[in-house]
Write a protein that binds this ligand. Structure first.
Ligand code: SF4
Length: 729
């Protein structure tokens, strides 16, 4: 019934996690009011990411879209503490633009900040970055990807020269061994996990490393229940054993890498006995993992927050990539380090450069030629882009709390609930002169602090492109009518920019026009750009970049093949190894010696337990969307804190009793779940439930906002807490 309609529905992509499953959305026109509504979501059998599979979240997408509570107008508050009142969206846009302009003129560019999201379309991410860096001239733009994938991004850049996975999901179909470390794929990326399990059932080995015995660990051939925060010791220990076992690929190391010379002496510090002591793992398990990896024809690693949300998250990625470089297990079918993204377009946001010094096309304000290129693309004077860069999300809200930042525009995300040690965010928003939020549902923890809430469209109500974890671009088509005056994120950004005085650069008639501009940001000389993609091609099917030409293949599963050979021709008829050129200064991938470091906060007499946080299978993020779906709420109905039976006995708590979980920063009160899935001395709580569901449920009042010095990603995964039996809140 709409452009792109196939098999009775409209092809689109799931709006939740970064697997990026294809969805066929059934849309009907309501005879009562003539509006188009989504009635059913089913898996798209033709989509390369999922081949028809969906998890519970994707399958209930239509229910989520029909949920009550949508914003149909803007909301404006007369003053802090006042009840918000409805406002015409045109008037609200004018008010936002006027107040931002006034703060910009009075206090300069660094008084404005933007906090955006991996759930926005590529077009909206591009325009937000263009407005912030190019026209407001502040690098004070942050994204919730800082909480999620920043360490993988900075680690990839250091090791391989560019962000993003070098391989693709197809590697899961061909690997002989999987190393899943710091990732509960079974719950967080379920469809991809099922694909991995297809291969495991066919004989591949699954190694899972996690401090908690997760649903993923339940399926492992080898589960290594590691002491929290000791991944670097394990990764170095595995490389030690690979070298000792003669499993390194000397030809690959010599031809395509640099930095290997210093590794043997460094690795001598990580014999299995010492690694076992640091990690709490049995030596036999460490040796078994190294043997399977070393003897594998092909092996793939997958990781997410367990490695990323660490004060040495960047190093974790470097140490993991070291294993691939040493074994030559990279850029060939079945092998590679495949970091998984948590949001539907977090990968796209990284392409758009919305973190730190980033510019679209994976360029940087810190590189003269790249800065100059983007200045020309945006039609701004040479030297306009500034080279001072921020220090991450936590720093941004701290500077807001200190009065340096006067205004914050938050788009499509909920930082009051999601940022570690969230009281910093609350202090920042309370201190700011102007807080603007842009969202789809009226009630979120962050909207409660907004002076103006702009009504945005939901997924499938507007056109836009999403990029999944394997670099697949899928077009989300606007096939459902949004409520009232809700507008696409990209259009709200463009309209505010125009009214701020930047109309020459922000007058667009469609998302497609924005896309055609943003794809010019890539450097064609790299050979891994996406200039060959346009809406016409995407209306028909997803395209995986690199896609430099319109007539090239749609599937391009491996990057860094820069010798003119098709991305799909990895297996040369003559058996020769494809030539790899990494986008580093030397063209070689880099080894790094990354020593084991402890987490920022360790348990002590005052705070004797380690808290770990994470996700559940049927809820997502801070539940602004999944919390509206009755089926999902029945499956994952409420929060809890897992404690080991030994600790429960010592604490005098039983199943369902309430525990206060308190750190040096704050407290949460949660019902206990007594289970040996966690190690003694540790506990685990999901982070989904927050203020809208009850007082003291938000575990990010407790978590630690110490950050990785390279990626600025907070260490959500390890903090020291007390556990005390208490009454229900
Ligand atoms: Fe959506 Fe992720 Fe579930 Fe796929 S696995 S249906 S992308 S939430």
């Amino acid at each position: 019934m709409a452009a792109g309609s196939k098999d009775g529905g409209v092809r689109t992509v799931c709006s939740y996690c970064g697997v990026g499953c294809g969805i066929v959305l059934d849309v009907v026109r309501d005879p009562a009011d003539g509006r188009r509504r989504a009635v059913r979501a089913t898996g798209d059998r033709a989509h390369p990411a999922n081949a028809g599979r969906l998890c519970t979240k994707g399958a209930t997408s239509a229910d989520m879209m029909a949920a009550p509570g949508r914003l149909a107008t803007a909301l404006v508050r007369a003053g802090r503490g006042a009840e918000p009142s409805e406002r015409d969206v045109d008037a609200a846009v004018t008010e936002v633009a006027g107040r931002l302009r006034a703060i910009l003129d009075a206090h300069g560019p660094d008084a404005l900040s933007f906090y955006v999201s991996g759930q926005m379309s590529l077009e909206a991410q591009y325009l937000a970055n263009k407005l912030a860096k190019g026209f407001v001239r502040t690098n004070g733009i942050e994204s919730n990807s800082r909480l999620c994938m920043a360490s993988a991004g900075s680690g990839y850049k250091l090791s391989l020269g560019a962000d993003g996975p070098p391989g693709s999901y197809e590697d899961l179909d061909r690997a002989d061994v999987f190393l899943v470390i710091g990732s509960n794929m079974a719950d967080c990326h379920p469809v991809l996990f099922l694909r991995m399990m297809d291969r495991v059932k066919a004989g591949a080995k699954l190694i899972v490393v996690d401090p908690r015995r997760t649903a993923t660990a339940d399926k492992a051939d080898l589960f290594l229940q590691i002491r929290p925060g000791t991944d670097l010791a394990l990764l170095n220990g595995l490389l030690h054993l690979l070298v000792a076992g003669g499993h390194t690929d000397e030809e690959f190391i010599a031809e395509f890498t640099e930095g290997w010379a210093e590794l043997p002496a460094f690795l001598a510090q990580y014999p299995p006995e010492r690694v076992a002591g640091l990690t709490g793992l049995p030596e036999s398990g460490i040796r078994q993992a190294a043997r399977w990896i070393g003897e594998a024809g092909e092996w793939t690693s997958c990781w997410t927050m367990g490695l990323n949300q660490s004060t040495h998250g960047t190093w974790n990625t470097n140490a993991l990539v070291n294993l691939h470089l040493a074994t030559g297990a990279l850029c060939r079918p079945g092998s590679g380090p495949l970091s998984l993204t948590g949001q539907p377009n977090a990968m796209g946001g990284r392409e758009m450069g919305y973190l730190g010094p980033g510019l679209p096309g994976q360029r940087s304000v810190l590189v003269d030629a790249e800065r100059a290129y983007v200045e020309r693309l945006w039609g701004i004077p040479e030297g306009s882009l500034r080279t001072e860069v921020g220090r991450g999300t936590v720093d941004m809200f701290e500077r807001m709390a200190a009065g340096e930042i006067k205004a914050c525009w938050i788009i499509c995300t909920n930082p009051v609930a999601s940022v570690a040690n969230r009281r910093t965010v609350i202090a920042g928003l309370e201190a700011a002169e102007l807080v603007v939020t842009q969202d789809v549902f009226a009630r979120t923890e962050t909207n409660a602090y907004a002076d103006v809430v702009l009504p945005a469209t939901l997924w499938a109500e507007a056109d836009g492109v999403m990029v999944n974890s394997e670099r697949d671009l899928t077009l989300v088509q606007g096939v459902v009518d949004p409520p009232g005056q809700a507008l696409p994120d990209w259009r709200l950004i463009a309209r505010v920019a125009c009214e701020m005085g930047f109309a020459e650069a922000f007058t667009y008639t469609s998302a497609e026009e924005v896309f055609d501009e943003l794809k010019q940001a890539w450097n064609p000389a790299t050979g891994w750009d996406l200039r060959g993609v346009d809406y016409g091609r995407l209306r028909d099917r997803p395209v995986q970049w690199p896609a430099p030409t319109a007539d090239g293949p749609d599937r391009n599963p491996v990057r860094y093949l820069n010798d003119g050979v098709s991305q799909t021709l990895l297996e040369r008829p003559d058996g020769s190894r494809p030539r790899l050129v990494f986008p580093t200064p030397s063209g070689r991938a880099r080894f790094f010696a990354r020593p084991h470091l402890p987490p920022a906060e360790l348990p002590d007499d005052d705070y004797p337990f380690v808290l770990n946080t994470g996700r559940l299978p049927h809820q997502w993020h801070t539940m602004t969307k999944t919390g509206k779906v009755a089926k999902l709420n029945r499956l994952d109905p409420g929060p809890f804190v897992e404690v080991h039976p030994e600790d429960a006995t010592a604490l005098g708590v039983g199943e369902g009793d309430h525990l206060e979980v308190a750190s040096r920063r704050g407290r949460a009160v949660l019902p206990a779940r007594v289970t040996d899935r966690v190690l003694p001395g540790t506990c685990f709580a999901p982070f989904h439930w927050n203020d809208l569901f009850g007082e003291y449920l938000g575990v990010n009042a407790v978590t630690n906002d110490a950050v990785d010095p390279v990626s600025f990603q907070p260490e959500f995964k390890v903090c020291a807490v007390t556990l005390t039996r208490t009454a229900a809140p």
